[in-house]
Design a protein around this ligand. Structure first.
Ligand SMILES: *Cc1c(COP(=O)(O)O)cnc(C)c1O
Ligand SMILES: [Zn+2]
Length: 507
C-alpha cells in the first residue's frame, strides 16, 4: 500500500527518520562509547558491549497502542528497507538512515502451529518459528542485516573506505556474513574461519558460493574464535561474530516479531531457544525488555534456553546453587548434532548473566530458565517434528526436546503457549538425519536410532534385461509399456495396493 493511502493519523509515523542516541555500553564497567567506529570490547575493562539508546525515554512518550498500530500498518508498506528487521526501526537501529538498510529478505519468519498429534506429545500448545526460512537459512541473517547496514552507513558517510569482514563460525554465521558482505562487494570483502570437519557440507558450500575467502582451522569453534579475536585486535578488520553488538541489536527483531504475531499479547507465552555462543538468547531477552519498557507489550514471556549435555556451560552455570556462589567455567565440548551450538566458552556469557538478572528483576519473578537435553532426545524430537509436517533442524529438535524437558520439570504449565525456535533449515543438517537412518553415528554422539523413526529409499530393480527402453524411440513402445506395468506392479505390491481396475471402479 502507498503511504498516501493510509489513514491520516498514522501517515507521518510510517516512515521513520533517523533518531535516537546510540552508544556502546560496557556490560562490565558500564562505560559508554560513541558508535562512530567499530568497537567490540570495552577498551577499559575488555568486557563485551551492548548498544544502548540514551534517548530511549522518547519511545515511552508514544503510547503502547500507537506503537502497535505503527508496526501493524508498516506491515502493509512495500518499501524494502521497512520489510525486514527495520520495521522496528526505532527499536532496532534508529540512527541508521533507510538508504543504508540492507534488506535481503530476512526476518518475519513464519510461526507454524504444531499439529494436534505433536502438541499432545509435547503436552501443550506450541508453534515452531521457522528461522530456516531466512535468506541464508538460519536466524543469523537478522544480526547480519543489522551489522552490514551499520557498515553500509559508515561507508556512505565516509567514515570507512573499504571493509574486510571476518568471523569465526560453526557454519551459519559464515554463511550469513559472506552473503550480506557479497551484496556490498567490492567495497566489502569477507573472510571466514571454520573448524575443519565441524560444519556440514551445505554450510561449507554457502560462503564459498558467496565468494568469501574460507579458512578451515584445526580444532573446534572456540579455537577459531580465539584466532579471529587476535586478528581483530591487531589488524584493520570488521568482526562479524556476535561479540559485535550490532549483531545482537538486529537479532532482537526475533522478539518483536513474536510479539507482533501474537498481537502483542504475551500472557502465558514461552519462548524456547537453543544456546551456543548465547547471542540469540541475549537478543531475545533484550528485545522483550525494550518492548516491555516502552509499553508495546504488558507482559514478559518466559524464556527457556536449551543446551545439549555435550555442550552445556550455560546450563551448568545456572544449575549451581545458591545463585550468589555461581562461577562460570568454560568447558571442552563433545560432538553434538546441534553442531551450530557446540560451544564451550560462549562469548555472550557476561551478557546472559547481566540480562537474565535484569529480566527476572523487571518481571518481578523468575522468568528465564535453562534446561539440558541428550543427543538422543535432540535427534528423536527433530525427526518426530518433521514426521508431523515441520522442517526443523537439529537445533529445532533441541528446542522441542527442551520444551518437553521444561514441561517435565514443571517450569511450564499445560495451559501456556510456546514458540520453539528452529534456528536453521533442516536441509543444512540432513547429514545427521542420514547418520540416524543408516545407524552410522560415531559412538561419541551416543545416538541409537529408533526403528520407528528411521527411513530409507526402496530401490526397485530393473524388470527388464539389458538396456532400458527409450521413451523417445517408437520401436521401444511395447517394451516401455511392459517396463512401466512391471515397475508399477512392484510399487503397488510394496504399498499393499489392490488392483481395482477389474471391477471398473478406476475407469
Ligand atoms: C548460531 C546458531 C545457534 C546458536 O545460537 P547462539 O546465538 O550462538 O547461542 C543455534 N542454532 C543454529 C542453527 C545456529 O546457527
Ligand atoms: Zn568496561
Amino acid at each position: 500500500m502507498k503511504p498516501q493511502d493510509f489513514p491520516a493519523f498514522i501517515r507521518s509515523l510510517l516512515i521513520p527518520a533517523p533518531g535516537g542516541e546510540l552508544v556502546y555500553r560496557c556490560i562490565g564497567c558500564g562505560r559508554q562509547y560513541g558508535i562512530g567506529e567499530l568497537l567490540y570490547t570495552c577498551p577499559f575493562c575488555h568486557s563485551v558491549l551492548l548498544i544502548d539508546d540514551l534517548a530511549f525515554e522518547r519511545l515511552k512518550a508514544v503510547p503502547g497502542a500507537r506503537w502497535r498500530q505503527i508496526f501493524d500498518y508498516r506491515k502493509m508498506l512495500t518499501i524494502p528497507a521497512l520489510r525486514g528487521i527495520y520495521r522496528y526501526h526505532e527499536f532496532i537501529g534508529p540512527t541508521i538512515p533507510l538508504d543504508a538498510v540492507l534488506y535481503l529478505g530476512e526476518g518475519h519468519t513464519p510461526m507454524v502451529e504444531a499439529n494436534a498429534n505433536l502438541q499432545a506429545r509435547a503436552g501443550l500448545r506450541f508453534y515452531f518459528k521457522n528461522d530456516g526460512q531466512n535468506p541464508s537459512a538460519s536466524f543469523k541473517d537478522r544480526g547480519m542485516a543489522s551489522a552490514l547496514s551499520y557498515i553500509h552507513y559508515l561507508l556512505n558517510s565516509g567514515k570507512l573506505r573499504h571493509v574486510l569482514a571476518v568471523c569465526a563460525s560453526t557454519g551459519d554465521t559464515s554463511a550469513a556474513a559472506a552473503l550480506y558482505a557479497a551484496y556490498l562487494q567490492p567495497v566489502v570483502k569477507s573472510a571466514v574461519l571454520l573448524p575443519q570437519g565441524k560444519v556440514t557440507p551445505q554450510q561449507l558450500s554457502q560462503p564459498l558460493g558467496s565468494g568469501a575467502t574460507v579458512f578451515e582451522i584445526p580444532g573446534v569453534f572456540d579455537h577459531c574464535m580465539k584466532v579471529v579475536e587476535a586478528l581483530s585486535e591487531s589488524y584493520p578488520v570488521a568482526l562479524l561474530n556476535s561479540k559485535n553488538a550490532w549483531r545482537i541489536l538486529g537479532q532482537e527483531s526475533y522478539a518483536y516479531e513474536i510479539a507482533q504475531d501474537f498481537e502483542y499479547d504475551l500472557t502465558g507465552k514461552v519462548v524456547v531457544v537453543p544456546v551456543g555462543n548465547a547471542g540469540n538468547i541475549t537478543a531475545v531477552m533484550n528485545g522483550f525488555m525494550k518492548f516491555y519498557r516502552a509499553g508495546v507489550v504488558d507482559e514478559l514471556p518466559k524464556i527457556v534456553g536449551v543446551q545439549s549435555a555435550h555442550a552445556d556451560p550455560v546450563y551448568r552455570y545456572y544449575a549451581q546453587s545458591p545463585p550468589e556462589k555461581r562461577k562460570f567455567a568454560p568447558l571442552s565440548v563433545q560432538p553434538s548434532v546441534a553442531q551450530a551450538a557446540m560451544i564451550g566458552n560462549p562469548v555472550s556469557m557476561p551478557r546472559v548473566i547481566h540480562l537474565t538478572a535484569a529480566y527476572n528483576r523487571l518481571a518481578g519473578c523468575e522468568r528465564v530458565f535453562f534446561v539440558q537435553v541428550s543427543e538422543q532426545q535432540i535427534m528423536d524430537w527433530q525427526l518426530t517434528a518433521n514426521r508431523n509436517g515441520h522442517i526443523a533442524c537439529t537445533h529445532g529438535g533441541e528446542s522441542l526436546a527442551g520444551l518437553v524437558a521444561a514441561r517435565k520439570r514443571r517450569l511450564i504449565a499445560a495451559d501456556e503457549t510456546a514458540v520453539v525456535d528452529s534456528t536453521a533449515h533442516a536441509l543444512k543438517f540432513s547429514g545427521f538425519q542420514q547418520m540416524y537412518f543408516s545407524d552410522s553415528f560415531p559412538p561419541e554422539f551416543e545416538v541409537v536410532p529408533r526403528p520407528d523413526l528411521t527411513n530409507s529409499p526402496i530401490r526397485v530393480a530393473s524388470p527388464v534385461a539389458g538396456k532400458l527402453p527409450d521413451a523417445g524411440n517408437p520401436d521401444d513402445h511395447e517394451a516401455l509399456a511392459l517396463f512401466v506395468r512391471r515397475v508399477a506392479g512392484r510399487i503397488a505390491e510394496t504399498l499393499g495396493l489392490k488392483n481395482e481396475s477389474a471391477s471398473g471402479r478406476m475407469q
